[in-house]
Design a protein around this ligand. Sequence first.
Ligand code: KG4
Ligand code: ZN
Length: 371
Amino acid sequence: MLVLGLETSCDETAASVVERCDHTGRLTERSSVVATQEAIHAPWGGVVPEAASRAHAERWLPVARLALERAGVSLRDVSGVAVAAQPGLIGSLLVGVSAGKALAWALGLPFVGVDHVVAHLVAAAIDGDPIPLPAIGLVASGGHTSLLRLGADGGLTLIGHTVDDAAGEAFDKAAAILGLPHPGGPNLEVAARGGDASALRFTTPHIQDGLGFSFSGYKTALLYAVRGAPARQDDRGRIQPAAPPPLTDARRADLAASFQHAIVHALARGLRKAVEADLAAGEPAKAIVVGGGVCANAQLRARIEALGAERGVPVRLPDPRHCTDNASMIAAAGAERLARGECDGFELGARSISSLARGYRGRPAPARPTP
Ligand code: KG4
Ligand code: ZN
């Protein structure tokens, strides 16, 4: 089965063709085209939603044409159209959802909306064997940081998430504090090379719920290290903390390395706790699956590989280009839904929040079928 996928949830206009083998369930990427909007948003230091939707509207058709051409197929060869329908910027999502509906309607093909967060996990199965279940999943992107349990029946349960910033958002804000350009995460990773990761010690936040994350404190600690902590009042008057050292290239590298180390440590700790909880519950995970832009980070990848080796659990890391937003993960997740006999009607809309998060109140939500 060949599926055309469209991704327009944020600032990448992407289209892919993915093939799913009916016998083995193997997902093979036939083509992937990503038109990044980095140059459009860089002057603003972040994504401008209105500019993002306009760019998607201009680009989706040439991008989809190129994806079909590179796959060596025509629209007549495709068995279904998959689009990212949630979560994301509504105006951006609507471009892909409407485009996908138009194609599916004109060609009489099944149309399937995909949850972008779920797709980030399915990315780990592209060009590899299907993921053994049950598994523990981590999605760390610019908008989400979620721990998920993938049940033996394929159902997904959200078991923890960030209570404030997402890990990628924290990277982006830290990069801005350090004077590094957008996109922050990859630039911070480069700036951290050669830096001393022990230069700045961060306090690990205590999360009441056990499996959650909190990243906003790391960002504030970094801000104080760069600009100085605010003056405090005590019984004897105002206390002015010592001025911070100047932000030389060497200090920037040290701070970037320390920040990266802290975020990687927090993510790995969350994964470890989730794996240990499943082991204690007598349902050991058969795999650790990760996805999302932050999982392109080499230190995080090495740390998760080490965790898997230590626990004897195979780790499924997507290729770095399948970590950041792409349409192959959308086509792959759509192909999985189509293979289960599912598809959506043309009344499907776009939603800003992941279906996994709806109804989640800080405790594991009941398992539900994969959206
Ligand atoms: O998954 P993604 O492409 O988009 C969302 O769904 O949000 O993730 C983008 C996020 C950005 O915050 C970006 O800074 C971060 O992933 N990111 C990284 C790296 N590459 C992308 N963070 C740390 N290290 C990287 N190498
Ligand atoms: Zn994403």
